[in-house]
Design a protein. Structure first.
Length: 284
């Protein structure tokens, strides 16, 4: 059970005042099926998901353009249900949403299928690998396997990366139809540190990725890393995920597979995963 704080006297007064706030706009035909309280709760979750720091109640209210009275009860309820964690009147997201996402059957099936093959990939390539999917304008890491080396470079499960300046983002965009790709780009959420890219250049890179069947590009975040990314397809040629290796080169006397050799391994494993996920032709 999540640990909750005792509500203070000022908070109790705010809670009392907030009682009538949930009914705003309920009488209009436009809002006949609206759920204002749910809207407020989702606004809070989405705001905190984008914030790199914990926020106070006042900061949340200012950034959402709502009064403290309007959102107070939502914040308290979300904390009590375990979606938020409070620390000295500052709030952040817990991992509950991430846990719920992993109960979702398609993701769970994809990850459970992919992990043994990703371990094989890491061992053969002597590189780390990760699996990414598109979600709400961003790219999220849903599985990761470290290199067997004594050091490893990889992305953590749950990490969010950019859609437009990463190899995995280009792959996730490239193997969709134009309408879906346009929706994804319209929903694009900029990440911290994300570099600008002209629309025409991005379109060319996506087209090139589709023609080649993969993306191979120098990392635009970490110097010295070459990102390899291949699609994992499902039934009816449906794009599911991107299988990725952030390749790092050893410069001592230890001889590991070359970049080209690793690329061949990633291609092989991604085609195998596609067949396992129901695609009968991709990578054949």
């Amino acid at each position: 059970m999540p640990r909750t704080r005792k509500i203070t006297a000022p908070e109790s007064a705010a809670l009392q005042t907030a009682t009538d706030a949930d009914d705003d706009g309920a009488g209009s035909s436009k809002n006949r099926y609206a759920a204002p309280a749910l809207d407020k709760g989702l606004d809070i979750l989405e705001l905190l998901s984008r914030s790199e720091q914990m926020l106070t109640l006042n900061q949340i209210s200012r950034q959402l353009g709502r009064s403290v009275n309007e959102i107070f009860r939502m914040v308290v309820t979300l904390e009590q249900r375990g979606y938020l964690i409070a620390d000295n009147d500052h709030y952040r997201l817990s991992l509950k949403l991430f846990e719920l996402a992993h109960y979702h059957q398609p993701i769970r099936s994809l990850v459970s299928t992919a992990l043994p093959h990703m371990r094989e990939l890491a061992n053969r390539a002597v590189q780390s690998s990760h699996l990414t999917v598109y979600e709400a304008g961003r790219v999220i890491v849903v599985a990761q396997v470290d290199s067997p080396e004594r050091w490893a470079f990889g992305l953590k499960v749950g990490a969010l990366v950019s859609l437009t300046d990463t190899a995995s983002g280009h792959v996730l965009l490239a193997f969709r139809d134009e309408a879906e790709r346009a929706r994804m780009l319209a929903d694009h959420v900029r990440m911290d540190g994300e570099q600008e890219i002209e629309t025409a250049q991005l379109v060319r890179q996506i087209d090139d990725t589709r023609k080649r069947g993969h993306s191979r590009m120098d990392s635009r975040q970490i110097r010295g890393v070459v990102n390899l990314s291949y699609p994992v397809m499902g039934a009816n040629n449906r794009m599911l995920a991107a299988l990725n290796v952030p390749y790092i080169e050893r410069i001592d006397k230890k001889v590991n597979p070359s970049l080209d050799e690793v690329q061949g391994i990633v291609q092989e494993i991604s085609a195998r995963l596609s067949r396992l996920m129901g695609d009968s032709s991709f990578g054949a």
